[in-house]
Design a protein around this ligand. Structure first.
Ligand SMILES: [Zn+2]
Length: 235
């Protein structure tokens, strides 16, 4: 499946709308076309992007209009286009519904592991790995299969274990970030991944779940740290 902008047919009346390169804000969406009605999974970051996605879906949604919208989570790049989808019902988890109304947009603007513990994300990956599925449309990036889920699972499990080890040794979070970033950067498995600086937030998330009294730096500082990590590693 080519990783190009636009609608891609996956088979069985399922479609993926992709937005390379999958970096900040460049999210994917899904469409399941049924008999006379369709389900849209997520909208995009703004109205212009969402409008162009909906237009590209018209050929398949004209005979089967979108009747249900599912929002996978409350980050803006997956729901800020909701107002363009005229449906009686939006399906989302209770936590997503809460975030949509309670969390400020500035926080939602960042796709990433803001909420821990990382072990929950690993468990979610394991749940998907146990499903009888062949094709995976991730929230960002190219279409993949279970190998893509397994790679994310292994990365998160690695970061979680590395953070726990440093926390147990009394190393502070920011030092742990820089240390783990060096280790991840040198690894053949994860060293070439994009958005490398996210390790800063992922490790911070791990520290927060290890120690409830730990105070996470503010968002400006978190972005500064991500930029520093990416600058230091030349990514
Ligand atoms: Zn996202």
């Amino acid at each position: 499946m080519p990783y190009t902008t636009g609608l891609h047919e996956l088979g069985d009346s399922c479609f993926a709308y992709l937005q390379p390169d999958g970096g900040w804000g460049w999210s994917n969406a899904g469409l399941v076309v049924g008999d006379g009605a369709s389900i849209l999974v997520d909208t995009l970051f703004d109205l212009r992007l969402t409008r162009s996605m909906l237009d590209s879906m018209l050929a398949v949604t004209a005979p089967a209009p979108i009747a249900t919208l599912v929002n996978t989570h409350a980050n803006g790049d997956h729901c800020y286009g909701n107002q363009l989808v005229d449906v009686p019902e939006i399906v989302a988890s209770a936590a997503t519904a809460h975030e949509m109304t309670e969390v400020p947009p500035a926080m939602l603007a960042a796709p990433i592991v803001w909420a821990g513990p990382l072990s929950n994300w690993v468990a979610a990956c394991d749940l998907m790995l146990a499903m009888d599925i062949d094709t995976v449309v991730p929230g960002h990036g190219p279409i993949t299969d279970k190998t893509g889920i397994a790679a994310v699972r292994d990365y998160l499990a690695f970061v979680d274990a590395a953070a726990a080890q440093r926390h147990a040794n009394g190393i502070d979070a920011w030092e742990a970030v820089r240390d783990i970033a060096r280790e991840v950067g040198a690894s053949p498995e994860f060293g070439g991944w994009g958005e490398f600086g996210r390790i800063a937030v992922n490790v911070d998330t791990a520290y927060r779940s290890l120690d409830p009294s730990y105070v996470t730096p503010n968002f400006v500082e978190q972005f500064r740290r991500m930029a520093e990590i990416e600058g230091a590693t030349g990514r």
